[in-house]
Design a binder for this molecule. Sequence first.
Ligand SMILES: Cc1ncc(COP(=O)(O)O)c(C=O)c1O
Length: 380
Amino acid sequence: MKYNFDEIIDRTSTSSMKWEKYKDKDIIPMWVADMDFKVAPPISDTLQQSIEHGIFGYTVIPDKLNEIIIAKLDTLYDWKIKKEWIMWVPGVVCALNNACATFGESQDKIVTTAPIYPPFLTAPQNCGKKLVTVPMIDVNHRATLDFDTLEKELKENTGLFMFCSPYNPCGTVFTKDEIHRIVELCAAYDVVICSDEIHSDFVLDEDKHHIPTASVSQTAKDLTITLMAPSKTYNIPGLGCSFAVIPNKGLRKKFKTSLKGLIPEVNLLGLFAAKAAYKECDEWLSQLILYLRKNRDIVQDRVNKMPGCKLNPIESTYLAWVDVRDTGLKDPVGFFEQAGVGLSDGIFFDQKGFVRLNFGCPRSVLEKGLKRMGAALKKQ
Ligand SMILES: Cc1ncc(COP(=O)(O)O)c(C=O)c1O
């Protein structure tokens, strides 16, 4: 490997959200979704050049960046988009919130699936709308949508369906058939789709591929707002840079209008990092995927051997959604913290009895964390 993902980088005293939580404690943070890997050299180089230049004024979106995105989406997914469909925003979560505020009438509900990345659960209430969650179902050890229940919900006064693809936290990579079914249902009941595809680069199974929701048909294109970002993929979430792709002119106008004045432009460091990431870091990314695939295999094997723990095959993301209901633990997160591992609590994702483990870290750290978890469970 050209890049050393085994390198342990000290993130303490860097104001890292992930590491500050357990400051001065012997707890390995494996919760919030950022990775403990150094960024690819082209990203550091471009940021260094910017810092050396020393002026950080208001910035326009570099034309080149849009061109890179257009070419990238075409190469990766055969998805042909236009420059005017792209809108840069400082975060996927603010775009999600804006979609909730913008689409549907005030009395309409917003539908999503559960368990789900927590901001999906709070965004509707942030704008005074009602949230309805449709539980994911397990089919052959894979989390997928319950289309019958989804249809029942979409049928009645729904303005927006918030979709996460690939799926955080269960790691599902959705098939073309599944995406078509979602699109058909949303089209039938006049529901806009907000498709959060921030994890699209992390497909770990070699025989699976991410399919952008908006790319599956003309209908999908007309009703979908796609959210993407270099932040997870290239480990730059602190630089606040993401983008929405909205082909439908009417939806785009509404989305833009309601955002105006409320959020700042994307900062120049985020834009420059995004440009370097999408243009010059393909090799780094393919090596990262190989590394994460091996981490995933280790997690899969070890966790399933821990007493009371179950983990379905993880098709994508660097997150493991572990079913700990059979451990009998009342407070699984507290228990694992006691054992020296900091995980995310399923409660915040609307599914009690589960924990989420982030395996985007050097292998030795992962091994240490898993060893601690296994040993503590055996002792209890
Ligand atoms: C599904 C999903 N969407 C959005 C985000 C965060 O996006 P941003 O930092 O751009 O707001 C995350 C971070 O974990 C995520 O998992």
